[in-house]
Design a protein around this ligand. Structure first.
Ligand code: UDX
Length: 434
């Protein structure tokens, strides 16, 4: 089989398929990335990925190429794992998917199954099938199925090898059989499978992300409520989370969601909902987005207020740059939005992250340790909840800063340890800390 596209999704899927025992060729237009992957190395930080790449590239079961002619005859199944970024107005930009199928299709002279993994607006799979059949010499013998991926960054390997569920979207019995053979190992492990039509498969992925985003915005709205009323949102989340119908996951209040998927995917779902006249859904999503954006604004404003109403010339220590712990990814990172706003307000921002490496940017100094970030800081911000930040000794850190004021934007620091060490600790939604 081939896997077209070798970023987070494609590289992990290709390695996972090899681990399931299949022979795989990964395809990408980026020759530098192909070279790295062929050497058994990963171009992204993802726990467990590199050992899998090493293992399977060394046996030849897994290879990477830039050349589509190598996969056209060789593979019966082609997975599409390309990026579907946001285009204008939040609408999905399908150009990578289109470019890939336009290159592959004219080379397809025998029956093949094309399996989409990317997150796409509902209706894309049917349109792609028509497009491929028009371009491929094998014509109607080419089938398209949709098998969305739910992997989380930092857990990509685990989620690929042991998925919560599999979704097989197809209108063909043959395609279904092929997918069942490909996923024989997780199916033997009793992984739940939803067999459905193409539109449902596309919508399942979009709604999973929209629901997760809604959970986060809901708890952040409740954090505002706790703040106003004098309650504690963490205890509230624990208590409602014990209800199995609700569950505790994704009820961590704080700076809200970011990353390469949730914000983009919910914006795309809202656009598609409007196109189809389902405005109740787009209205709901816009509220979720507004709450999420509000958390970033509020944190930046709080930092300014806590720094005496003006951060101009003040030193701000920012702990965390990645959009969540366990990854080096800073796409749409809430931490960076806050850091950017404080820089724009005139602050001298020093930022430390255990993994994320920022391209040089004006106004930011990226430093190599918590201590360097905190040196003579007027205010300290905890914005990405890396476990190592919970190990910080507030007494020792207190000796480095100019003012012992910290805003915990992720509600994960142990409040008594900080306050006992003489710090002013601010956590939105936890009574008594403001
Ligand atoms: C997400 C989905 O979880 C995954 O299924 C999908 O395939 C891709 O998008 P990912 O982007 O890796 O995965 O991040 P995720 O772990 O879902 O976190 C998203 C964001 O929500 C992060 O910024 C995180 O900090 C934030 N978050 C998460 C919260 O603010 N509170 C929570 O309780 C949980």
């Amino acid at each position: 089989m081939s896997v077209i596209g070798t970023n987070y999704l494609g590289a992990t899927h290709a390695a996972g398929m090899a681990e399931f025992g299949h022979h795989v060729i990964g395809v990408d237009i980026d020759s530098a990335r192909v070279k790295t992957l062929n050497a058994g190395q990963s171009h992204i930080f993802e726990v467990g990925l590199e050992p899998m790449l090493e293992r399977h590239t060394s046996t030849g079961r897994l290879r990477f190429t830039t050349d589509y002619t190598q996969i056209a005859d060789w593979a019966d199944v082609h997975f599409l794992a390309l990026g579907t970024p946001s285009g204008s107005g939040g609408k999905t930009d399908l150009s990578q998917l289109h470019a890939a199928v336009d290159t592959l299709a004219p080379l397809l002279t025998k029956p093949a199954l094309i399996v989409g993994k990317s997150t796409v607006p509902v209706g894309t799979a049917v349109a792609l099938e028509q497009r491929i059949r028009r371009l491929a010499p094998a014509g109607d013998e080419i089938e398209v199925a949709w098998n969305p991926e739910f992997l989380r960054e930092a857990y990509a390997v685990e989620d690929t090898m042991r998925p919560d569920r599999l979704v097989f979207g197809t209108h063909s019995a043959h395609a279904l059989r092929v997918l069942e053979e490909i996923y024989a190992i997780p199916l033997t492990d009793r992984t739940p499978v939803v067999r459905c039509d193409l539109a449902t498969a596309e919508l399942i992925k979009a709604s999973a992300n929209a629901f997760l985003a809604t959970k986060i915005s809901f708890i952040n709205a409740m954090a505002q409520m706790c703040q106003a009323a004098g309650g504690d949102v963490t205890l509230l989340a624990d208590a409602i989370g014990y209800d199995k119908r609700i569950g505790r996951d994704f009820l961590n209040a704080g700076l809200g969601f970011g990353g390469g998927c949730l914000p983009k995917d919910i914006a795309a779902l809202a656009v598609r909902a409007d196109e189809l006249g389902v405005h109740v859904l787009s209205d709901l999503i816009h509220s979720v987005e507004a709450i999420n954006e509000g958390q970033r604004t509020e944190l930046a404003e709080l930092a300014i207020a806590q720094a005496g109403g003006d951060v101009h010339g003040k030193r701000v220590a920012v702990l965390g740059a990645a959009f969540k712990p366990g990854t080096d990814d800073t796409r749409n990172s809430p931490a960076l939005t806050v850091a950017d706003r404080l820089h724009a307000a005139g602050a001298d921002v020093r930022i430390y992250d255990p993994q994320a490496r920022l391209p040089p940017r004006e106004g930011f100094t990226q430093v190599a340790s918590v201590e360097q970030a905190a040196h003579r800081a007027d205010i300290t911000l905890h914005l990405t909840e890396w476990p190592e930040f919970r190990q910080i000794d507030p007494v020792a850190l207190g000796e480095l800063v100019r003012h012992k004021v910290i805003i915990d934007g992720r509600l994960k620091l142990h409040a008594p340890s900080w306050t006992d060490a003489g710090w002013k600790l601010v956590q939105i939604g936890r009574a008594g800390t403001l």
